[in-house]
Design a protein around this ligand. Structure first.
Ligand code: FAD
Length: 444
């Protein structure tokens, strides 16, 4: 069997490794248009901020190590530019020589990811120090600009997870940072009152935060950012982080179905409308695990899970992907922000009635040094007890509580079960009544 993979990072590499474990003899070809495969996207902000000092550490697998370990035919600098479904073949362009050639497949896996959105804001073309962050070359450009030009001020456009991680890391590099966010709050997966804790913390850390405001234009080669509300910011570095758009061109041109927001559509076995072509990762439209609505959730866990599932499915295992819960986490200076499932904004939009509890327990026993409060919000159905989602913000122990609730949701537990979760306790770690138990008591 000859299996071809488009995209060699999170989803693509996972699928390749799993395919090899399932079949010693398959011919597996992986095309990647960039130079690197299997790198740590999620670590990029921390390398720029110099928490991660060694660039080598970002390269989880090199072409050589992965090719020899898994007996793969890995071709970097190779962009797949066309899919010919009738002939079951691809046109590949060597991006260094521009040479084109054809390659056949029996089964095809698309994991091309999503790219940063760059809207046609007036002046954007001439903004000299404007960056987006997706891969190693972007990271190298940003890092060397900071190392060489020593910018004093940065504007981060977009207050999502990547925007805020970068705001922190740019601040670490000594820059004064302004975050411009179109919505009334940062971090869309949080509800407003939870995001407000982060707004306050960002200000405490000296980050300038402009909410309900967008960029109207860039002027003077991007050294002036003019916002829609008329604020003029003088700067020497701009990061655009307003979201990503699925890389769907190949799929579209081949007549594969894409959804309203551009995600490649797949069935529960991750097959497109062509049964020999599968798609995974940031490029696909998934189902929201809670409400079943189409969703775009560009996160590493789904890409990895789908990468493994797709390989299993090609080998007839029928692993069904049930949807994405959107469990996610980020560090924002001294705070951790984490969420799972649906927030109130989403449930309100869909007209799903729900109940909410807020608790503010301490992360571990109050009498043991270092305890700090966790703001924990639980959203659930009052009648059935179904847990719709949870959000937590705090300095310690936030990750554990959200992961417990994410597990409870996937396990089909209700709020009535939360008091009965028997969780590990000693004073440095928790309380005899854990914050999750507490939320459960209040909810039931
Ligand atoms: P990618 O990993 O983006 O890989 C797609 C690859 O396909 C790319 O290398 C691209 O060059 C290649 N490609 C595209 N088109 C073609 C073509 N036609 N031919 C050949 N190759 C092609 N997620 C988290 O869960 N937690 C985090 O903390 C987190 N932090 C992040 C921080 C940053 C800065 C970024 C950019 C992302 C972060 N993510 C995080 C998101 C996570 O990295 C992605 O969800 C994940 O990488 C998606 O995997 P993928 O395989 O779909 O796409």
């Amino acid at each position: 069997k000859k299996i071809v993979i488009v995209g060699g990072v999170a989803g693509g590499s996972t699928a390749a490794a799993r395919l090899r474990r399932l079949d010693e003899h398959a011919e597996i070809v992986m095309f990647e248009k960039g130079e690197h495969i299997s790198f740590a996207n999620c670590g990029l902000p921390y390398y720029i901020g110099e928490t991660i000092k060694d660039r080598q550490k970002l390269l989880v697998q090199t072409v050589e190590s992965m090719a020899s370990r898994y007996k793969l035919d890995i071709r970097t600098f190779s962009e797949v530019i066309q899919i010919n479904r009738e002939k079951r073949s691809l046109v590949v362009r060597n991006v260094q020589t521009n040479e084109k050639y054809e390659e056949t497949f029996d089964e095809l896996i698309l994991s091309p990811g999503a790219r940063p959105i760059v809207p046609p804001i007036p002046g954007i073309e001439d903004a000299a120090a404007l960056f987006t962050l997706r891969n190693i070359p972007d990271t190298d450009r940003i890092k060397s600009f900071i190392d060489n030009e020593k910018p004093k001020h940065a504007v981060v456009v977009g207050g999502g997870f990547i925007g805020l991680e970068m705001a922190e890391n740019l601040h670490e590099r000594g820059m004064e940072v302004t975050v411009v966010e179109m919505a009334e709050q940062v971090m869309a997966p949080l509800d407003y009152e939870m995001a407000a804790i982060i707004h306050k913390h960002l200000k405490e850390k000296g980050i300038h935060l402009l909410l309900n405001d967008g960029v109207k234009s860039f002027e003077e080669n991007g050294t002036k950012v003019i916002t829609q509300n008329g604020t003029e910011i003088t700067t020497d570095f701009i990061l655009l982080s307003i979201g990503v758009r699925p890389e769907n061109e190949l799929a579209k041109e081949a007549g594969l179905d894409v959804g309203k927001r551009g995600g490649i559509q797949v069935n529960e076995y991750l097959q497109t409308n062509d049964p020999n072509i599968y798609a995974i990762g940031d490029a696909i439209e998934v189902k929201d695990y809670m409400n079943g609505q189409p969703a775009m959730v560009p996160l590493a866990w789904p890409a990895n899970r789908q990468g493994r599932a797709v390989a299993d499915n090609i080998y007839g295992k029928k692993v069904s992907y049930k949807g994405t819960l959107g469990t996610s986490i980020a560090k924002v200076f001294d705070y951790t922000v984490a969420v799972t499932g649906n927030n109130e904004k989403t449930l309100d939009r869909l007209g799903i009635s729900h109940e909410v509890v807020h608790v503010h327990p301490v992360s571990h026993a109050g009498y043991y040094p270092g305890a700090s409060p966790i703001a924990l919000k639980l959203v659930f159905d009052k009648v059935t007890g179904t847990i719709y989602g949870a959000q937590a913000v705090g300095k310690e122990g936030v990750d554990k509580r959200i992961d417990i609730i994410a597990t409870a949701i996937k396990g089909g537990l209700t709020v009535l079960d939360l008091p009965d979760l028997e969780l590990a306790y000693a004073p440095p770690y928790s309380s005899a009544k854990d914050p999750v138990n507490m939320a459960g008591y209040v909810a039931s």
